[in-house]
Write a protein that binds this ligand. Structure first.
Ligand SMILES: Nc1nc2c([nH]c(=O)n2[C@@H]2O[C@H](COP(=O)(O)OP(=O)(O)OP(=O)(O)O)[C@@H](O)[C@H]2O)c(=O)[nH]1
Ligand SMILES: [Mg+2]
Length: 309
């Protein structure tokens, strides 16, 4: 049987808070919080269903919406496909048309509310930014200059991929980089191949594909865990151990990995559709590829050079 298709909306207010509502006890997954939305009816597109549901449930008119993530989930009693959109603009004032309690919640606080299990990657997608910068140590003398440039460009998620630095050099870099990122409200993840520097604070870990496959579970105690993937097997493993997001590469040809087999956008989209995780597209891309990436199901763009200029 084909899954029940559901249109789901992430509606934000001017403070950047996200609307959640409480599912009635009697409903499927009742008593849990949800993002507003509902079943796609026959003869209706997902976009039309989104507009109709948000009008019925909240009395707002959707003016623009952008795909965020699609989740295919099998509950014990029901298979659902949740097509989640970010509502970019709407008119009207949110009302509780069906008597459901609702709340405006800061994206980072969504983890404190009980949602259906299918919503875990949706919450990660809502919290994650559109761009993921990879800071490499090809020229170690440029590390801080490049980090400064990335932060000045407004990038909020950064991976330090310092494959050649000694543990001491990593430590002294992180002692400067972490507080700097904090001032810009950016999160700093350390690539798992980096020589671990004792006692250094970071916001998370980015697993290389080799380290990903060696993990039996999501590494403990990390705010964010990301992973590098190149194929279906790695993506499945990332989903299975419950990382928060992945990077899928290389989408296009890139000078940093000249011999790698290129995915192309079609194959990228095909792989991304099979996985319930936010996926950043990497390889030969720039910030201006964001719309193309989103249409292919991506969370956004990752890059080494894309955010330096
Ligand atoms: N709207 C919504 N549904 C979700 C979410 N997460 C999730 O698993 N679902 C599931 O998707 C399905 C959609 O259900 P719905 O009850 O909102 O559909 P609807 O508004 O058309 O309901 P109705 O039967 O009252 O008209 C339910 O099985 C629900 O458990 C979510 O965040 N939002
Ligand atoms: Mg509903």
């Amino acid at each position: 049987m084909s899954p029940l298709q559901v249109a789901v909306g992430v509606v934000k207010n001017s403070l950047g808070e996200v609307l959640i509502s409480l599912r009635h006890d009697k409903l499927h997954q009742g008593g849990l919080w949800e993002f507003p939305g509902g079943k796609v009816e026959a003869e209706e597109t997902v976009g039309q269903a989104l507009a109709r549901e948000l009008k019925e449930e909240l009395d707002i008119t959707v003016q623009a919406a952008m795909p965020l993530i699609t989740i295919n989930h099998q509950y014990p009693d029901l298979a659902v496909q949740l097509c989640v959109f970010t509502v970019e603009s709407y008119s009207g004032t949110v009302k509780s048309c069906e008597g459901q309690p609702f709340l405006w919640v800061n994206p980072d606080d969504l983890v404190n509310y009980a949602f259906p299990v299918a919503n875990r990657p949706i919450i990660a997608a809502v919290r994650l930014p559109p761009y993921y910068a990879i800071l490499d140590d090809a020229d170690p003398t440029l590390l801080l200059v490049n980090l400064d440039g990335i932060l000045e460009n407004g990038i909020k998620l950064i991976q330090a991929r310092l494959k050649t630095l000694s543990a001491d050099a990593v430590k002294s870099f992180l002692e400067q980089a972490y507080p700097l990122c904090k001032t810009y409200k950016a999160s700093l993840l350390l690539n798992s191949s980096v020589k671990q520097a004792e006692g250094c604070e970071v916001n998370g870990l980015h697993l290389t594909s080799v380290d990903l496959l060696a993990c039996r579970q999501r590494p403990d105690g990390k705010q964010w865990v990301g992973a590098s993937c190149h194929n279906r097997e790695e993506l499945r493993h990332a989903e299975k151990i419950g990382v928060d997001f992945v990077v899928l590469a290389p989408v296009l040809a890139t000078p940093t990995h000249p011999d790698a087999e290129i995915l192309g956008w079609d194959h990228f989209a095909e792989l991304t559709a099979q996985i319930n995780l936010p996926v950043y597209a990497l390889g030969g891309l720039t910030q201006s590829d964001l719309l193309v990436a989103r249409e292919a199901g991506a969370q956004g763009i990752a890059g080494i050079r894309a955010f330096l200029g």
